[in-house]
Design a protein around this ligand. Structure first.
Ligand code: DP6
Length: 332
């Protein structure tokens, strides 16, 4: 029998949460404890090509041109299973080629853009015509934050109800087409010591402050949404910074305690506060790693960048602007 190929290529951009996702209520389905809200950014993205091939007997996965081991391939295979099931083709295996585009030296590979790009590519290759809302529930099952990377601008991921996977989807909140940027301060390029999946689980299980988290997130969301609509960067930034600090405070209170902060992170925080004293609207957020991301006006981003360059070096600072929806690419 002649082999059949079904292929497609997709690009998705990374996103940074202003109101964080930090904990699952259902680990198998990646159902979160709370809603979260992010900004998709143009500077970091993943291009993924998937080729389903009737002659293959297992999946093959290349990341940045390097063939990946069984452990990494198994994660991709589990994700492809969702689409094989949807297409009713349980034995249709694929070659996945994924390239992470991050500015030199950034070292910010992102599971969010990776699984969003793969979801988009699978949907197209298999001609499934899954709508974006439903596709976000698929992307979510690769990595929770990937649900938000299918969409551009500000995106809200709804926690949904009970164990109902379909109710936990991402939705565009605001196009972010205003004077906005995020300056990335790259503190350390090494892989993180405690990845986000383990970190959120450990926090959820052992931090006495975790019980406060859902209520804090609900309050922060209620306040940040009108501020986003009003393009009020100072209110948006103040709430986002406080939300990130509450998340990181929970990790310090976990047992055993841990933190993603490094000395350089704290130096970067001091620079952010200094900028505010100088009248610049600059607010920080941090995720499961030491890098500091600074929300500011696009029109002041160069000034913000300059404040970090003398301490961290030109190549460690990247200015990102709001990014677009994930979209299909022509195959090579
Ligand atoms: C701190 O989406 O990477 O960036 O769902 O286990 O793959 P898994 O976790 P992941 O966690 C992201 C955590 C965060 C906050 C956020 O992006 O909302």
């Amino acid at each position: 029998m002649t082999k059949q190929l079904f292929s497609a290529k997709f690009r998705a951009h990374t996103n940074i949460a202003l109101i964080k996702y930090w904990g699952k209520r259902n680990k198998e389905l990646f159902l979160p404890v709370t809603n979260s809200l992010s900004l998709t950014l143009d500077a970091f993205y993943t291009d993924t090509e998937v080729e389903f091939d009737t002659s293959l007997t297992s999946d093959v996965f290349y990341l940045d041109g390097v063939l990946q081991n069984d452990f990494h391939t198994a994660k991709v295979s589990r994700f492809l299973d969702l689409f094989r099931k949807e297409a009713n083709r349980p034995n249709l295996f694929a070659t996945v080629r994924s390239i992470n585009h991050v500015p030199t030296a950034a070292g910010l590979a992102s599971s969010a853009s990776a699984f969003a790009a793969l979801a988009g590519a699978c949907n197209l290759a298999l001609d499934l015509a899954i709508d974006t809302r439903t596709l976000s529930t698929f992307a979510r099952q690769g990595s929770g934050s990937a649900s938000r990377s299918l969409l551009g601008g500000f995106v809200e991921w709804h926690k949904g109800q009970g164990d109902d996977s379909a109710s936990s989807y991402a939705e565009a909140f605001d196009d972010a087409d205003w004077d906005l940027a995020m300056v990335f301060v790259i503190i350390n390029r090494q892989a993180k010591k405690v990845d986000s999946r383990l970190g959120m689980e450990h926090t959820n299980e052992t931090s006495p402050f975790y019980e406060l988290w859902p209520r804090e997130v609900a309050k922060d969301l209620e306040k940040i949404k009108p501020a986003i609509k009003a393009h009020d960067i100072d209110t948006v930034g103040t709430i986002a910074e406080h939300n990130a600090m509450k998340m990181h405070a929970m990790t310090i209170a976990a047992n055993p305690s841990f933190t993603y902060w490094e000395p350089g992170s704290i130096e970067a925080m001091q620079i952010v506060r200094q900028l505010r004293e100088e009248g610049i609207s600059a607010y920080l957020t941090m995720d499961a790693g030491p890098n500091v991301k600074v929300l500011c006006r696009a029109s002041e981003a160069e000034r913000v960048k300059a404040a970090f360059v003398s301490r961290f070096g030109e190549e460690q600072i990247v200015i990102a602007k709001p990014g677009p929806n994930a979209y299909p690419l022509d195959k090579e």
